[in-house]
Write a protein that binds this ligand. Structure first.
Ligand code: TYM
Length: 355
């Protein structure tokens, strides 16, 4: 039985400033995965216009995400870094997927419900509803197999699997007439598939970094309070102020992970420390169990500054040289386009478009 070649794909939207959640939930994992995987990392500018159509500086935002990838340690020579709109095959495959996916699947997405929440259909773009179908196309236009993301994207990736599976089933006879199919197991069932069942990579100690002001809410670009998040571009003083002001409870840190149950703020800060130091939460508690936040918080400030300051410094340097960033993105897009074109030619043949 053959199988799909492992390939990592992920994307980040160029909307607002990147924060610690984006870094720990996604970008830091991108960096680790490139050691032993073929990786494609994309600035998803087509996604950026789904919730808000007109942006002041979409190009600048796109460059800043690319700069964050590179400053964090992604190697654009060995891997592929590009912006989505430069590879039109994403949108082309998304159209096919719009016809594979069902409206009900899209309407059930929590993020769609949150973002369109309360507003009537006249105020929500069709793009926002169809967003997960474009996300599935982003991944599957490379037939990528592994997708590192934060926990908030889990539902979208399940939907990508549903779309892949429905395409494979709907077109099974057509796929068999080509040599492009791959025999895979889906659960106990052998399936002759064109698209792989993508695997989300969500684990680690901080798959969902929470707000510093409320441990039950996700850290997010859209939170009105800047104190709720650490931005990748915050300076040492700001990072220190935000961590010092972070909400906590009055108790000392527990010595065991079970002791974090029912203490969302403590759990969040320990998770952040663990992710920033590549340790487990238990290892962090082994070091800090029994200590007060007055001891733990300064240690967390030092660690956060130690990890983030070189990244923001390098991002600033890269952002001053837009010609260099643009050249990286252009070269990445060329490589991506060649791969995406291969898939789209096969998809056109499978679907039956006259070429
Ligand atoms: P986006 O741009 O909202 O976020 C980028 C990445 O950051 C993760 N993330 C978090 N992780 C942990 N804690 C948090 N508080 C937190 N906030 C954000 C997200 O999970 C994500 O991994 N739809 C995607 C972009 C996308 C994509 C794709 C991802 C488009 N196409 C294909 C993977 C594959 C999004 O809006 O992410």
């Amino acid at each position: 039985m053959s199988d799909f070649k492992p390939l990592v794909f992920s994307g980040v939207q160029p909307t607002g400033n990147l924060h610690l959640g984006n870094y720990l939930g996604a970008i830091r994992k991108f960096v680790a995965l490139q050691q032993d995987h073929d990786c494609i990392y994309c600035v998803v500018d087509l996604h950026a216009i789904t919730a808000q159509l007109v942006h002041q500086d979409l190009r600048g935002q796109t460059r800043s995400i690319a700069a964050a990838f590179i400053a964090s340690g992604i190697d654009p020579e060995k891997h592929i870094v590009f912006n989505q709109s430069a590879v039109p095959q994403h949108a082309e495959l998304a159209w096919v997927f719009n016809c594979v996916a069902r409206i009900g699947w899209m309407e059930r997405m929590t993020q769609f419900k949150d973002k369109s929440g309360g507003k009537n259909a006249e105020q929500t773009s069709l793009g926002l509803l169809a967003y997960p179908s474009l996300m599935a196309a982003d991944i599957l236009v490379y037939r990528a197999t592994h997708v590192p993301v934060g926990d908030d994207q889990k539902q979208h990736l399940e939907l990508a699997r549903d779309i892949a599976q429905k395409f494979n089933i709907d077109f099974t006879d057509h796929i068999r007439k080509t040599s492009y199919g791959v025999d895979i197991m889906v659960g106990e069932e052998p399936v002759h598939a064109y698209f792989p069942m993508v695997e989300p990579l969500i684990g680690g100690p901080a798959p969902r970094v929470m707000s510093l002001r409320d441990g039950t809410k996700k850290m997010s670009k859209s939170d009105a309070s800047d104190l709720s998040r650490i931005n990748l571009m915050d300076d040492a003083e700001t990072i220190s102020k935000k961590i010092r002001k972070a909400k906590t409870d009055p108790d000392a840190l527990p010595s065991e992970v079970e002791g974090l149950k029912g203490r969302p703020e403590a759990d969040n800060l320990v998770g952040i420390y663990a992710a920033l130091s590549d340790k487990t939460k238990q290892e962090v508690l082994g070091e800090f169990g029994g200590q007060q936040f007055s001891v733990f918080k300064p240690a967390l400030v030092d660690l956060a500054v130690e990890v983030l300051a070189p990244i923001s410094g390098e991002m600033r340097r890269l952002m001053d040289d837009t010609t260099h960033i643009d050249a990286i993105l252009r070269k990445g897009a060329e490589k991506a386009r060649a791969r995406a074109d291969l898939t789209m030619n096969q998809v056109r043949e499978i679907v039956g478009f006259l070429q």
